[in-house]
Design a protein. Structure first.
Lengths: 379, 284
């Protein structure tokens, strides 16, 4: 077995901004890609530039430790919102689930879109409500119905007659509050790369295993990562509704609320920050590992520092569709801009059994025939 | 004192020698050069013994295979099949250069019966056929029908010898063992097809059920990377180590097991004299 090899890496830290310095072969110096400064060896020494030393054990796959992810968070609250007039805004609260629903003064909220409670009570609008922008609806109720029927199409396990329109009891256009995060991710990625070559002679098969230490570091800049700020909205559904094309956003104006409902945010950015970083961590690790010329990569040790410096409050359009089947409500959400619909359709046990038997019979018929033709010789 | 010790050692050595030669002694005491029936446990009547002797002679004549019946009250602590093998070897039974033949031992002390084969009989009576014969005999033995059991054995010996000749003469012959194996294989294959179909149907329905839920995250974050938002400052690939191993290529030995299509293999053991014996049996 190959021996363990401890790899030491030494990297200069920029005296100006604290980022990693990149060695520029052409200029024979160190360059900082963030603040734009360049240094030669003498300057680095004079300015007392810090160095960062990492150690990483390159081990064969059998001994490699499990992948290790370390996340660090730095958060600066910098809310971007507007000074829009909210004089024509009305607020309602649901006595059943506590949701706060907002409309303009010409739209009446008659039921709670979240729990279906038919009674909602008017209430005094409290606190600040100033979204920086709004993404207006580009689809209507009919589009939502069509999208729902399209979603049901070809679903063999759907209960019979489920697609009757009457089942769509409530279709409501809701402006859902989102915080859009701008975020930087500084990553420091170590891993073991393995390349295996095999060849043979008359007596032996030879296997050559080459191990490499991969070290990558850098910064990824993300913008407008949307996270719904509503406690009532299922997070997985809202994440699945993306993408929203934000270039078509408009400055917030009460007029857009006409005929729609809106919800007031329940979470502040700092409460969503960790969820946001978890959402993008796989993407950071993917980019850090991208393009490696190895057959296998393992023993990943990735440390990422997240830094969010700006959060924008925005209302995004969502159609909520509630369908009732066997005393259970099924919630579907449609992106009010693109028409993408997500949700979970009910599955009928009877249909499941029927399809199980159909697949079983067909497979058994085919495989039984094959057995008969290939192996049934004497019997 | 020294004389006493010497005497004790000699006595011990004598006892060990005596124990080692017990089966040989026993065998020598019990044999008769022409007879093939040694009913020391008294299980057969005189007529039955004569009938068995006749059957043994017929088998010898027709199939060139010796047939010996041995019943005993005790094997002196030796395993019945080894006792029978030693008895067979030390008394010069067997036909031809490979001493072909069968000795059937019924040990009434341990209620253990063994069909022990030698020479060509090992090839003809593989484990499969021994099991078949033993299954027929066991019930008769446990019900005390010792003579019937011996007749069953003789019938089977003749039947399978005849079948073996057919097998040798006709390349297209399909043995009982082969039919059984084919049946087993076909049952297994159909079972596997059934299991495969069950799994396929299960996966199919699970897949369909999964298809009724389309709530999946749109991105792992990469969709929100800014244009030119990737800035790599360190990109090092350092060679750490290399290791070459070699494994021998397995040799393809074309060892066709003899009797593969006739009846599978025979498990064998060695007698005290080093001769190879096969067979099988059990308690009754």
């Amino acid at each position: 077995m190959p021996e363990h090899t401890e790899q030491q890496t030494m990297t200069y830290i920029c005296p100006g901004c604290g980022s990693y310095l990149r060695f520029d072969g052409k200029a024979q110096g160190w360059a900082c890609d963030y603040c734009g400064n360049t240094y030669n060896a003498q300057e680095l020494e004079q300015r007392g530039a810090e160095t960062k030393t990492d150690s990483y054990n390159v081990r064969p796959r059998a001994d490699a430790p499990a992948d290790e992810t370390e996340l660090q968070f730095h958060f600066t609250e910098n809310l971007s919102n507007s000074t829009a007039d909210t004089a024509h805004m009305r607020a309602y609260s649901c006595p059943s689930c506590g949701a706060e629903i907002l409309t303009d003064d010409v739209t009446a909220a008659t039921f709670c879109v979240f729990c279906g409670n038919p009674t909602v009570l008017p209430k005094q609008l409290a606190g600040e409500y100033r979204p920086a922008a709004i993404l207006p609806f580009e689809t209507d109720k009919e589009d939502a119905k069509k999208a729902f029927l399209q979603l049901c199409k070809g679903k063999k396990l759907l209960p019979k007659n489920y697609t009757d329109e009457q089942r769509l009891e409530k279709i409501t256009g809701v402006y859902v509050p989102f915080w859009l995060f701008d975020c930087k991710a500084d990553f420091d990625y170590h891993a073991t790369g393995e390349n295996v070559t095999t060849w043979r002679d008359t007596n032996y098969i030879y296997t050559k295993t080459d191990l490499y230490h991969i070290h990558r570091a850098g910064r990824l800049a993300f913008e407008n990562i949307p996270l719904d700020a509503s406690e009532k909205m299922p997070d997985d559904m809202m994440d699945a509704l993306e993408p929203f094309y934000l270039e078509r956003k408009k400055p917030f104006h009460m007029g857009y609320l006409s005929g729609f409902l809106a919800e007031k945010y329940t979470y502040l950015p700092k409460e969503l920050y960790e969820r946001m970083t978890k959402r993008i961590t796989p993407g950071v690790e993917y980019k850090a590992a991208e393009g490696r010329p190895y057959q296998r990569v393992y023993g990943v040790k990735c440390r990422t520092d997240f830094l969010s410096e700006r959060q924008t409050y925005m209302l995004l359009p969502v159609w909520l569709l509630v369908s009732r089947y066997k005393d259970k409500d099924y919630l579907f959400a449609m992106n009010g801009q693109t028409g993408k619909i997500v949700g979970e359709l009910p599955c009928s046990t009877g249909q499941s059994v029927k399809w199980f038997l159909i697949i079983f019979c067909i497979t058994f018929l085919i495989s039984g025939l094959l057995v008969y033709l290939i192996g049934g010789g004497l019997v | 004192m020294r004389t006493e010790r010497k005497f004790a050692a000699m006595l011990l050595a004598f006892c060990i020698m005596l124990l080692a030669f017990v089966p040989a002694f026993a065998a020598e005491l019990e044999t008769d050069s022409a007879g093939r029936v040694y009913d020391l446990a008294g299980l057969f009547t005189t007529e039955e013994k004569a009938a068995l002797q006749n059957r043994a002679e017929e088998i010898q004549e027709n199939w060139q295979m010796d047939m010996v019946f041995l019943t005993t009250e005790s094997t002196h602590g030796i395993e019945a099949k080894r006792y029978a093998a030693d008895f067979y070897e030390q008394n010069g039974f067997g036909i031809g250069a490979d001493y072909s033949g069968i000795i059937m031992i019924v040990d009434m002390g341990e209620r253990d019966a063994q069909i022990v084969t030698c020479g060509r009989a090992i090839t003809v009576f593989t484990d499969y056929y021994i099991d078949r014969i033993w299954n027929d005999m066991r019930r008769q033995l446990s019900e005390g029908e010792y003579f019937s059991a011996m007749e069953t054995l003789c019938d089977s010996v003749e039947h399978y010898n005849a079948e073996y000749i057919k097998y040798q003469e006709n390349p297209a012959y399909v043995s009982e063992y082969q039919i059984k194996q084919e049946k087993r294989r076909t049952t297994l294959l159909f079972g596997a097809a059934g299991l495969f179909s069950l799994i396929t149907a299960g996966i199919g329905v699970a897949f369909m059920r999964r298809g009724s839920r389309n709530i999946k995250p749109f991105t792992d974050g990469r969709a929100y990377l800014k244009d030119n938002g990737v800035n790599i400052t360190v990109d090092k690939n350092t060679f750490a180590s290399t290791h070459t191993s070699r494994t021998p290529i397995p040799k393809n030995n074309n060892n066709n097991r003899s009797g593969g299509s006739w009846g599978g293999g025979s498990s064998t053991f060695r007698s005290s004299g080093g001769r190879s014996f096969g067979g099988g049996g059990g308690r009754f």
